[in-house]
Design a protein around this ligand. Structure first.
Ligand SMILES: *[C@@H]1O[C@H](CO)[C@@H](O)[C@H](O)[C@H]1NC(C)=O
Ligand SMILES: *[C@@H]1O[C@H](CO)[C@@H](O)[C@H](O)[C@H]1NC(C)=O
Ligand SMILES: *[C@@H]1O[C@H](CO)[C@@H](O)[C@H](O)[C@H]1NC(C)=O
Ligand SMILES: *[C@@H]1O[C@H](CO)[C@@H](O)[C@H](O)[C@H]1NC(C)=O
Length: 449
């Protein structure tokens, strides 16, 4: 009976049957899972990550901050001179040249060959995340498939298949696409996700950067991420396991270091746009554009997590724009250099936190709304004056518009964090220029970007 059936079925159907059976068997194994083993697996990964995080932490963050400012001052001065020369040239030559307005962009943007020399970007990070080189040592992986149906055995050509590979990869996109993630996307170490040359929208669930090091996320639109129930998800080539619910952040960085997020446009996620937690450090978020969101950035999620003391984050050249409410960012414990960003909208406060974070705000532009109750940039959460008066929250060379003000605290009489110790940032008056190209860029192959 069976034999006679088989003789009538073409070979490809038999092959399909065999493959389908194999897949079903895998799925059965997969559905069982083993929560104990998964916990042990993540504990192990976390332990390894912690040693990378400790190594990435710098003992003198002020020196790092000064280097950043000096670099910006030097290069913006040089650029201003070049721009002045160009404006003379423009009279003779039609068609505006590519203009770069900050030193990170200067490193790559006005080169026609950016597409054939994509990896140049790996040398362009500045600030605490400056060592992030992403997939520099690896091959180019081209995402050709916007699908995300298979979380345990992702299809080749999908973003999920790319990010789980356990080797450095520089991930690019064959064309513009909208990737709707079915569940959180778990990224492994040594990856660059490079959306240049296409308009790539990532929605549906969060990008999780957990217990890894050396990741660059560049030129993506990330929005409408929502909380997702847990389940079986592959987190690396050799392992998948049961995950709990994911929050619906845009990007969630946990237990990780040497991370650089640049030229992303983010809005409307159900939790934070970017949350950085669990002892993560050595991170830069730059040239990005944030809109339509309540809890924008959480750096340190819990009062009882002193391991966040090693957190060191640079926020530079970003535009905090329309429809934002609060947490740009909200900080705990660590050291935060917030420099040359443009704040044009907040409905509660811009920069806040508790648990004695060090916040150095330099050369930002803060434009308050007309509401008299919303002029203050800062907010201390749940702490009495007696306690927070010691916290080092400093504002230097910031530009305040429409009555905005930053309530400083701490370190007034200390040598550290004085004007004498901190190199000046480029003044907030230049922020409009420096953040002019914040967000994703419409780069075209063969043209300056
Ligand atoms: C789950 O994993 C643990 C630790 O690896 C192991 O001891 C246990 O036997 C496993 N349970 C099942 C049902 O496979
Ligand atoms: C900035 O310029 C000064 C003076 O030209 C130079 O000494 C210094 O090394 C430069 N700094 C950086 C970080 O390039
Ligand atoms: C925000 O995202 C949610 C969830 O995807 C969606 O339902 C809603 O329409 C979005 N809102 C805006 C203003 O885009
Ligand atoms: C700044 O904080 C201090 C201490 O809480 C407070 O006394 C002062 O009123 C605040 N300044 C403004 C302008 O809110």
């Amino acid at each position: 009976m069976a034999g006679s059936v088989v003789t009538r079925i073409p070979l490809c159907s038999i092959l399909f049957y065999i493959l389908a059976t194999a897949a079903a068997a895998t799925a059965t194994v997969a559905r069982v899972g083993n929560i104990t083993a998964d916990k042990a697996y993540w504990a192990k990964r976390s332990e390894v990550a912690r040693s990378f995080n400790r190594a990435a932490y710098v003992s003198d963050p002020v020196a790092a901050l000064n280097r950043f400012n000096e670099d910006v001052l030097n290069t913006t001065t040089a650029m201003a001179a070049a721009a002045a020369r160009r404006s003379l040239m423009r009279r003779y030559r039609r068609g505006g040249p590519c203009t770069v307005t900050n030193p990170i962009d200067r490193c790559w943007r006005c080169r026609k060959n950016w597409a054939s020399r994509r990896k140049r970007l790996a040398k362009c990070a500045m600030g605490f995340g400056h060592k992030a080189t992403g997939g520099l040592a690896g091959k180019i992986y081209i995402v050709t498939d916007a699908g995300d149906e298979h979380l345990v055995i992702p299809r080749r050509g999908t973003l999920r298949h790319a990010v789980i590979q356990e080797r450095p990869l520089w991930i690019v996109f064959a064309r513009s696409m909208a990737i709707r993630l079915a569940k959180e996307l778990i990224v492994t170490s040594d990856k660059t996700i490079d959306g240049r040359g296409a308009q790539v929208h990532v929605t549906g669930a969060q990008i999780t950067v957990q217990a890894v090091s050396n990741v660059i996320i560049h030129n993506l639109h990330i929005h409408d991420s929502v909380a997702r129930s847990g389940g079986l998800i592959r987190d690396s080539k050799h392992h998948f396991g049961i995950r709990g619910e994911s929050d619906g952040d845009g990007i969630s960085v946990m237990d990780s270091s040497n991370i650089w997020i640049d030229h992303v446009s983010m809005s409307n996620c159900s939790d934070g746009l970017i949350d950085i937690t669990d002892g993560s450090t050595a991170i830069t978020i730059s040239n990005s554009h944030f809109t339509k969101h309540d809890h924008v950035m959480l750096f340190g999620a819990r009062d009882d997590s002193p391991k966040d003391e090693i957190m060191q984050v640079t926020l530079a050249f970003n535009h905090f724009g329309k429809g934002l409410v609060q947490r740009m960012p909200r900080c705990r414990f660590g050291f935060f250099h917030i420099v040359n960003n443009d704040y044009t909208h907040w409905l509660m406060y811009a920069i806040g936190g508790n648990m004695n974070p060090t916040i150095i705000s330099q050369g930002n532009r803060f434009r308050a709304s007309d509401d008299m109750k919303l002029k203050e940039v800062t907010k201390r959460e749940y702490t009495s004056y007696d306690e927070y008066k010691e916290w080092v929250w400093k504002s230097q060379d910031d530009l305040f518009l429409n009555g905005a003000f930053f309530n400083e605290s701490g370190g007034r009489n200390e040598r550290r964090y004085d004007r004498l110790d901190l190199i000046q940032a480029r003044n907030g008056r230049f922020v409009g220029r420096m953040t002019r190209f914040a967000g994703t860029l419409p780069c075209r192959v063969g043209k300056k970007c």
